[in-house]
Ligand binder design. Structure first.
Ligand SMILES: NC(=O)c1ccc[n+]([C@@H]2O[C@H](COP(=O)([O-])OP(=O)(O)OC[C@H]3O[C@@H](n4cnc5c(N)ncnc54)[C@H](O)[C@@H]3O)[C@@H](O)[C@H]2O)c1
Length: 255
Protein backbone atom coordinates (compact mmCIF):
# COMPACT_ATOMS: atom_id res chain seq x y z
CA UNK A 1 0.00 0.00 0.00
CA UNK A 2 2.56 2.54 -1.15
CA UNK A 3 -0.10 5.21 -1.84
CA UNK A 4 -2.42 4.50 1.08
CA UNK A 5 -5.15 7.18 1.41
CA UNK A 6 -3.52 9.43 -1.20
CA UNK A 7 -5.70 11.25 -3.71
CA UNK A 8 -4.25 10.90 -7.20
CA UNK A 9 -5.43 12.55 -10.41
CA UNK A 10 -4.28 10.81 -13.57
CA UNK A 11 -5.02 12.51 -16.88
CA UNK A 12 -5.58 10.34 -19.96
CA UNK A 13 -6.25 7.37 -17.69
CA UNK A 14 -8.73 5.79 -20.12
CA UNK A 15 -6.03 4.05 -22.14
CA UNK A 16 -2.43 2.87 -22.33
CA UNK A 17 0.01 4.15 -19.73
CA UNK A 18 -2.58 6.20 -17.85
CA UNK A 19 -4.89 3.20 -17.53
CA UNK A 20 -2.05 0.96 -16.29
CA UNK A 21 -1.10 3.67 -13.80
CA UNK A 22 -4.68 4.12 -12.57
CA UNK A 23 -4.96 0.40 -11.87
CA UNK A 24 -1.57 0.23 -10.16
CA UNK A 25 -2.09 3.38 -8.06
CA UNK A 26 -5.53 2.15 -6.95
CA UNK A 27 -4.13 -1.27 -6.01
CA UNK A 28 -1.55 0.59 -3.89
CA UNK A 29 -4.31 2.30 -1.91
CA UNK A 30 -4.82 5.57 -3.78
CA UNK A 31 -8.18 7.18 -4.49
CA UNK A 32 -7.79 7.61 -8.22
CA UNK A 33 -9.44 10.31 -10.31
CA UNK A 34 -9.58 9.27 -13.96
CA UNK A 35 -9.39 12.62 -15.77
CA UNK A 36 -10.05 11.56 -19.34
CA UNK A 37 -11.95 13.06 -22.28
CA UNK A 38 -13.00 9.69 -23.72
CA UNK A 39 -16.11 8.94 -21.67
CA UNK A 40 -16.48 5.29 -22.69
CA UNK A 41 -12.88 4.39 -21.87
CA UNK A 42 -12.82 6.46 -18.67
CA UNK A 43 -15.96 4.78 -17.31
CA UNK A 44 -14.65 1.36 -18.27
CA UNK A 45 -11.42 1.91 -16.29
CA UNK A 46 -13.47 3.16 -13.31
CA UNK A 47 -15.56 -0.03 -13.43
CA UNK A 48 -12.52 -2.29 -13.69
CA UNK A 49 -10.84 -0.66 -10.70
CA UNK A 50 -14.00 -0.80 -8.59
CA UNK A 51 -14.61 -4.43 -9.58
CA UNK A 52 -11.14 -5.20 -8.22
CA UNK A 53 -12.24 -3.68 -4.88
CA UNK A 54 -10.35 -0.40 -5.18
CA UNK A 55 -11.37 3.24 -5.33
CA UNK A 56 -11.65 5.29 -8.52
CA UNK A 57 -13.89 7.89 -10.07
CA UNK A 58 -14.15 9.01 -13.68
CA UNK A 59 -14.39 12.76 -14.29
CA UNK A 60 -14.76 13.80 -17.90
CA UNK A 61 -11.87 16.18 -18.59
CA UNK A 62 -10.38 17.93 -21.58
CA UNK A 63 -6.98 19.02 -20.26
CA UNK A 64 -6.76 21.76 -22.90
CA UNK A 65 -9.96 23.47 -21.71
CA UNK A 66 -9.36 25.84 -18.79
CA UNK A 67 -12.94 26.00 -17.53
CA UNK A 68 -13.27 22.25 -17.66
CA UNK A 69 -9.96 21.78 -15.79
CA UNK A 70 -10.98 24.31 -13.11
CA UNK A 71 -14.32 22.53 -12.58
CA UNK A 72 -12.71 19.11 -12.31
CA UNK A 73 -10.14 20.28 -9.75
CA UNK A 74 -12.93 21.96 -7.74
CA UNK A 75 -14.94 18.73 -7.81
CA UNK A 76 -11.96 16.68 -6.64
CA UNK A 77 -11.33 19.06 -3.73
CA UNK A 78 -15.05 19.07 -2.81
CA UNK A 79 -15.09 15.29 -2.80
CA UNK A 80 -11.75 14.41 -1.20
CA UNK A 81 -10.54 17.67 0.38
CA UNK A 82 -7.02 17.32 -1.01
CA UNK A 83 -4.84 16.33 -3.99
CA UNK A 84 -1.63 14.46 -3.22
CA UNK A 85 -0.61 13.31 -6.68
CA UNK A 86 -1.06 14.69 -10.18
CA UNK A 87 0.12 12.49 -13.05
CA UNK A 88 -0.04 14.65 -16.19
CA UNK A 89 -0.16 11.82 -18.68
CA UNK A 90 -2.79 12.81 -21.28
CA UNK A 91 -1.43 13.45 -24.71
CA UNK A 92 -1.97 13.04 -28.41
CA UNK A 93 0.70 11.62 -30.66
CA UNK A 94 1.18 9.58 -33.77
CA UNK A 95 -2.22 7.89 -33.49
CA UNK A 96 -3.88 11.31 -33.92
CA UNK A 97 -2.50 11.55 -37.48
CA UNK A 98 -5.96 11.43 -39.05
CA UNK A 99 -6.89 14.61 -37.16
CA UNK A 100 -3.63 16.54 -36.79
CA UNK A 101 -0.54 16.77 -38.96
CA UNK A 102 2.33 14.77 -37.47
CA UNK A 103 5.19 15.89 -39.70
CA UNK A 104 8.35 18.01 -39.90
CA UNK A 105 7.64 21.70 -39.30
CA UNK A 106 7.61 22.73 -42.98
CA UNK A 107 4.59 20.51 -43.50
CA UNK A 108 2.85 21.44 -40.22
CA UNK A 109 0.07 24.06 -40.48
CA UNK A 110 -0.05 26.55 -37.60
CA UNK A 111 -3.54 25.40 -36.63
CA UNK A 112 -2.35 21.83 -36.08
CA UNK A 113 0.77 23.05 -34.29
CA UNK A 114 -1.41 25.05 -31.88
CA UNK A 115 -3.83 22.17 -31.28
CA UNK A 116 -1.05 19.70 -30.48
CA UNK A 117 0.72 22.09 -28.13
CA UNK A 118 -2.70 23.02 -26.72
CA UNK A 119 -3.18 19.50 -25.42
CA UNK A 120 0.31 18.18 -24.75
CA UNK A 121 1.86 21.31 -23.23
CA UNK A 122 -0.98 23.66 -22.26
CA UNK A 123 -2.74 20.66 -20.69
CA UNK A 124 0.14 20.21 -18.24
CA UNK A 125 0.18 23.96 -17.53
CA UNK A 126 -3.58 24.10 -16.89
CA UNK A 127 -3.75 21.01 -14.67
CA UNK A 128 -0.79 22.32 -12.65
CA UNK A 129 -2.21 25.86 -12.49
CA UNK A 130 -5.29 24.64 -10.61
CA UNK A 131 -3.65 21.84 -8.60
CA UNK A 132 -0.53 23.59 -7.29
CA UNK A 133 -2.49 26.09 -5.11
CA UNK A 134 -4.16 23.12 -3.37
CA UNK A 135 -0.76 21.49 -2.85
CA UNK A 136 0.65 24.78 -1.52
CA UNK A 137 -2.18 24.90 1.05
CA UNK A 138 -1.35 21.34 2.08
CA UNK A 139 2.39 22.09 1.96
CA UNK A 140 3.06 19.00 -0.08
CA UNK A 141 2.37 17.00 -3.21
CA UNK A 142 3.93 15.12 -6.08
CA UNK A 143 3.51 15.98 -9.74
CA UNK A 144 4.71 13.63 -12.46
CA UNK A 145 4.67 14.78 -16.08
CA UNK A 146 4.71 12.35 -18.98
CA UNK A 147 6.96 13.70 -21.72
CA UNK A 148 8.71 11.47 -24.27
CA UNK A 149 12.14 10.63 -25.62
CA UNK A 150 11.12 13.22 -28.24
CA UNK A 151 11.43 15.79 -25.44
CA UNK A 152 15.16 15.17 -25.05
CA UNK A 153 16.32 13.80 -28.44
CA UNK A 154 15.93 15.12 -31.98
CA UNK A 155 13.40 12.49 -33.00
CA UNK A 156 12.08 13.55 -36.39
CA UNK A 157 8.63 13.28 -38.01
CA UNK A 158 6.29 15.01 -35.59
CA UNK A 159 7.84 18.38 -34.80
CA UNK A 160 4.87 19.91 -32.96
CA UNK A 161 4.68 16.79 -30.77
CA UNK A 162 8.43 16.95 -30.17
CA UNK A 163 8.28 20.67 -29.28
CA UNK A 164 5.37 20.04 -26.91
CA UNK A 165 7.28 17.29 -25.12
CA UNK A 166 10.43 19.46 -24.89
CA UNK A 167 8.22 22.09 -23.29
CA UNK A 168 7.02 19.55 -20.73
CA UNK A 169 10.65 18.79 -19.80
CA UNK A 170 11.48 22.48 -19.35
CA UNK A 171 8.26 23.13 -17.42
CA UNK A 172 9.06 20.24 -15.08
CA UNK A 173 12.43 21.76 -14.20
CA UNK A 174 11.12 25.26 -13.53
CA UNK A 175 8.13 23.98 -11.52
CA UNK A 176 10.51 21.91 -9.37
CA UNK A 177 12.49 25.07 -8.65
CA UNK A 178 9.45 27.30 -8.06
CA UNK A 179 7.47 25.02 -5.76
CA UNK A 180 10.10 22.95 -3.93
CA UNK A 181 9.84 25.34 -0.99
CA UNK A 182 6.25 24.16 -0.53
CA UNK A 183 7.36 20.52 -0.44
CA UNK A 184 5.92 19.96 -3.91
CA UNK A 185 8.05 17.64 -6.02
CA UNK A 186 7.86 17.75 -9.81
CA UNK A 187 9.41 15.03 -11.94
CA UNK A 188 9.16 13.87 -15.52
CA UNK A 189 9.13 10.53 -17.30
CA UNK A 190 10.40 10.24 -20.88
CA UNK A 191 9.04 6.99 -22.28
CA UNK A 192 10.60 5.31 -25.29
CA UNK A 193 8.30 3.29 -27.56
CA UNK A 194 5.55 1.82 -25.40
CA UNK A 195 3.00 -0.71 -26.61
CA UNK A 196 -0.20 1.35 -26.35
CA UNK A 197 -2.91 2.43 -28.84
CA UNK A 198 -0.83 5.59 -29.47
CA UNK A 199 1.73 3.69 -31.50
CA UNK A 200 -0.17 0.52 -32.34
CA UNK A 201 -2.07 2.30 -35.11
CA UNK A 202 1.13 3.47 -36.73
CA UNK A 203 3.60 0.61 -36.43
CA UNK A 204 3.27 -2.96 -35.22
CA UNK A 205 5.18 -3.96 -32.10
CA UNK A 206 7.38 -6.12 -34.36
CA UNK A 207 8.21 -3.18 -36.64
CA UNK A 208 9.00 -0.98 -33.67
CA UNK A 209 11.13 -3.69 -32.08
CA UNK A 210 13.12 -3.82 -35.33
CA UNK A 211 13.72 -0.06 -35.12
CA UNK A 212 14.77 -0.51 -31.53
CA UNK A 213 17.19 -3.38 -32.12
CA UNK A 214 20.07 -1.03 -31.38
CA UNK A 215 18.61 -0.12 -27.95
CA UNK A 216 20.25 -1.97 -25.06
CA UNK A 217 17.14 -3.93 -24.09
CA UNK A 218 16.11 -4.42 -27.73
CA UNK A 219 12.37 -4.37 -27.18
CA UNK A 220 9.31 -2.16 -26.89
CA UNK A 221 8.14 -1.21 -23.38
CA UNK A 222 4.88 -2.14 -21.67
CA UNK A 223 2.49 0.44 -20.21
CA UNK A 224 2.94 -1.23 -16.80
CA UNK A 225 6.65 -0.37 -16.93
CA UNK A 226 5.78 3.32 -17.15
CA UNK A 227 3.19 2.89 -14.40
CA UNK A 228 5.89 1.48 -12.10
CA UNK A 229 8.11 4.52 -12.70
CA UNK A 230 5.16 6.86 -12.13
CA UNK A 231 4.32 5.03 -8.89
CA UNK A 232 7.86 5.45 -7.58
CA UNK A 233 7.96 9.17 -8.44
CA UNK A 234 4.47 9.71 -6.98
CA UNK A 235 5.12 7.88 -3.73
CA UNK A 236 7.07 8.96 -0.66
CA UNK A 237 9.81 6.53 -1.71
CA UNK A 238 11.14 9.30 -3.97
CA UNK A 239 10.83 11.97 -1.25
CA UNK A 240 14.26 13.51 -2.00
CA UNK A 241 13.85 13.51 -5.80
CA UNK A 242 12.60 16.55 -7.70
CA UNK A 243 13.33 18.03 -11.12
CA UNK A 244 14.31 14.60 -12.43
CA UNK A 245 13.94 13.95 -16.17
CA UNK A 246 13.80 10.16 -16.23
CA UNK A 247 13.97 8.19 -19.49
CA UNK A 248 12.10 4.88 -19.26
CA UNK A 249 13.10 3.55 -22.64
CA UNK A 250 15.10 0.34 -22.40
CA UNK A 251 18.25 2.46 -22.58
CA UNK A 252 17.55 3.94 -26.01
CA UNK A 253 18.70 7.42 -24.96
CA UNK A 254 22.30 6.33 -24.35
CA UNK A 255 22.86 4.76 -27.78
N1 LIG B 1 3.17 5.11 -26.49
C1 LIG B 1 4.36 5.63 -26.68
O1 LIG B 1 5.20 5.04 -27.35
C2 LIG B 1 4.73 6.93 -26.01
C3 LIG B 1 6.08 7.29 -26.06
C4 LIG B 1 6.47 8.46 -25.42
C5 LIG B 1 5.54 9.24 -24.75
N2 LIG B 1 4.23 8.87 -24.74
C6 LIG B 1 3.31 9.72 -23.98
O2 LIG B 1 2.67 8.96 -23.00
C7 LIG B 1 1.39 9.53 -22.67
C8 LIG B 1 0.33 8.44 -22.64
O3 LIG B 1 0.17 7.93 -23.95
P1 LIG B 1 -0.22 6.40 -24.28
O4 LIG B 1 0.94 5.80 -24.97
O5 LIG B 1 -0.77 5.76 -23.08
O6 LIG B 1 -1.33 6.67 -25.41
P2 LIG B 1 -2.92 6.44 -25.43
O7 LIG B 1 -3.36 7.07 -26.68
O8 LIG B 1 -3.19 5.00 -25.19
O9 LIG B 1 -3.45 7.27 -24.16
C9 LIG B 1 -3.56 8.66 -24.14
C10 LIG B 1 -4.83 9.03 -23.41
O10 LIG B 1 -4.90 10.45 -23.29
C11 LIG B 1 -6.24 10.83 -23.54
N3 LIG B 1 -6.29 12.23 -23.96
C12 LIG B 1 -5.80 12.78 -25.10
N4 LIG B 1 -6.06 14.08 -25.15
C13 LIG B 1 -6.75 14.39 -24.03
C14 LIG B 1 -7.32 15.59 -23.52
N5 LIG B 1 -7.27 16.75 -24.21
N6 LIG B 1 -7.92 15.56 -22.31
C15 LIG B 1 -8.01 14.40 -21.62
N7 LIG B 1 -7.52 13.23 -22.06
C16 LIG B 1 -6.90 13.23 -23.27
C17 LIG B 1 -6.70 9.89 -24.63
O11 LIG B 1 -8.11 9.84 -24.75
C18 LIG B 1 -6.09 8.58 -24.15
O12 LIG B 1 -6.95 7.91 -23.26
C19 LIG B 1 1.16 10.62 -23.72
O13 LIG B 1 1.43 11.89 -23.16
C20 LIG B 1 2.17 10.29 -24.80
O14 LIG B 1 2.55 11.42 -25.54
C21 LIG B 1 3.80 7.73 -25.37
Amino acid sequence: MRLKEKVAIITGAGSGQGKASAKLFASEGAKVVIAEWNEENGKQVEEEIRAAGHEAIFMKTDVSNEENVRNVINQVVERYGRIDILFNNAGIGFSARSKYTMAPLLETPLEDWNQILGINLNGVYLMAKYTVPIMIKQQGGSIVNNSSLNGILGVTGADAYTASKGGVVALTRVMAVDYGKHNIRVNCICPGAIDTPMIAEVLSVEEIAKNYEAGPLGRVGKPEEIANAALFLSSDESSYITGLIMPVDGGWHVV
